[in-house]
Design a binder for this molecule. Sequence first.
Ligand SMILES: [Fe+2]
Length: 178
Amino acid sequence: MDVMTAPPSNKHEIVDVPFAHKDLVARLSPGGRYIDAQTDADSPWVPFGDNAAIKHLAFDVRQNLYSNILWVKGPGVIGTHFHRGTITMVCLEGSVRYLEYDWVATPGGLILETPGESHTLVTDHPQGCKLFGWMQGPIEFYDENAVLVDTTDVWWFINHYETYCRENGIAINPKLYL
Ligand SMILES: [Fe+2]
């Protein structure tokens, strides 16, 4: 067999792929899905302090994994936090940097954060920033004296979403739960 240089794409048609465990997939897989992140149809903006909001996109309690868009609405800070898991983020709008690093993320840029890092997020942009995040593991938030304030994890993010929905008469969207 020749090495594939690009996937075959000459047929605009569904191909029934043979897979021995289709029944198991049908029974056990949470299934892929599309979440509308551009409007509030699938998920509302939930306030996160006075100058920020979070649009929750996915929760996976098995992996302590949560996905969302963080919107900092103007110049501001998200306090110092310590990661015990891995964070993947893409800057969608505005710009963002960390006090601890020498780079500035701009739209389209990829931010990777690994367990054991602590840092302080700052946006100097007049419109703040929007960051898409695919985030795993607990995040510990510390005050200016390095005293632990709270730990956020998938349960914290689910509670953040569901509390806001309950208080505002918004239906919980089952699509957000993997
Ligand atoms: Fe972080």
